[in-house]
Design a protein. Structure first.
Length: 128
């Protein structure tokens, strides 16, 4: 069974990039302990784009869905939404991928979209 990749594409205004990156740095350990989790990367745009890519790789689609339905995922997103709302930033999102995240501000991303892929081929450094 091939691994699956989920890429959350976040549109982030220039003035909120640092905040988004700080929020991700502070979320350490949230997803890493999930069953089936394989990899995470936050990719910063270099030129000509305001879109960050949040790359996660999972053993299977079922593992990803279990993570989305998990108590840790739900409570993290609910807390982010509640805290963003309490600050007067109730955009109805509170999405943990940088939006809301309970740091006294509203969403860092103005839009998000989820892309899904199956890994067809993968390579890494050659082992001796």
């Amino acid at each position: 069974m091939p691994s699956v990749v989920k890429i959350n594409v976040l549109t982030v205004p220039e003035e909120l990039r640092r905040e988004l990156e700080k929020r991700f740095a502070n979320r350490a350990g949230m997803v890493e302990s999930a069953d089936g989790f394989e990899w995470f990367e936050l990719l910063r745009p270099v030129e000509g784009s305001d879109r960050y890519l949040v790359y996660t790789r999972w053993r299977s689609e079922e593992d990803f869905r279990r993570w989305q339905e998990s108590r840790a995922f739900q409570s993290g997103h609910a807390q982010a939404a509640a805290e963003a709302g309490a600050q007067g930033h109730g955009h109805g999102q509170g999405h943990g991928h940088g939006q809301g995240h309970g740091h006294g501000q509203g969403p860092a991303a103005t839009d998000s979209e989820l892309w899904s892929f199956e890994v067809v081929e993968s390579t890494g450094p050659k082992q001796d």
